[in-house]
Design a protein. Sequence first.
Length: 277
Amino acid sequence: MSTTVLTSRAMDTVQTTRAAARKSALAYVGLHVFAFERAAVRVKQVRTARKAFFETLVVKGEEIETEGLKLFGKAKAEAVDTFADAKDAVLTAGDTVKTILPKAYMPKGKVARMEEEVAQLEAKLKKMSKAAPKAKTKKPAAKKTTAKKTVTKTAAPKTAPAKGAAKAQAPAAHIAYLEDARRYDVDVSEAHIKAIVTHLGIALSSQDGKFVACTDDKERDTVRDSWLVKKLGVEGVADVLDAKVVSICEAMKADRMKKRPTFYYLLAKAEGKLSAL
């Protein structure tokens, strides 16, 4: 084989190798370009999705903001109304206390003093009634005896009204509950407490009837059904009504023994149902 042929074959082999190497290099570069383009497309898709998601969140935020402003406006209006009602109540509280307190309650000390005075008058009357027969046996003292009889007769009518007055002014059964309710509402009306005590009646004679046990589910159900629904006429689903009862339990949490008339009064007042008592 000639040298020329060998040289020609060698050159072909080199060129073929070079072409293969060049194609490999180009394929490697093309692979990187392809990967970059795919990555760019993916990044673009992620950015688009993220932007759309962000816009969705913005819309949701605007909706919540709108609802919040509505609720705030409603709460503000209710607060204004409540303040107006409270202002009226404060302005009329003085007159209410003046017209109710003197007739509704007499301090125990004053009642005790009146009872002592009645007892003293009764003792004097007994002495005078014992002395009257002896005076009759003495003729010269007839005039004095008559005078004593007159004194006795005139004194008796004074004593009788004193007994009646003391008895009428003695604290009634509802007064103790009235004083308890005033710890939570200084403007509480005696008529409202008296109506509640009358409604409960003999139930207040027992320990269970006198107090509300907030930790007892059945007790709360009784308050809800017999007082809130049946007596006051409040309507609503059970969960909402239960929450109303629990709110009074929370308001009276400082009292380990929660008196039922006070509990019922606060519940009626919270629902605006005092007129139903």
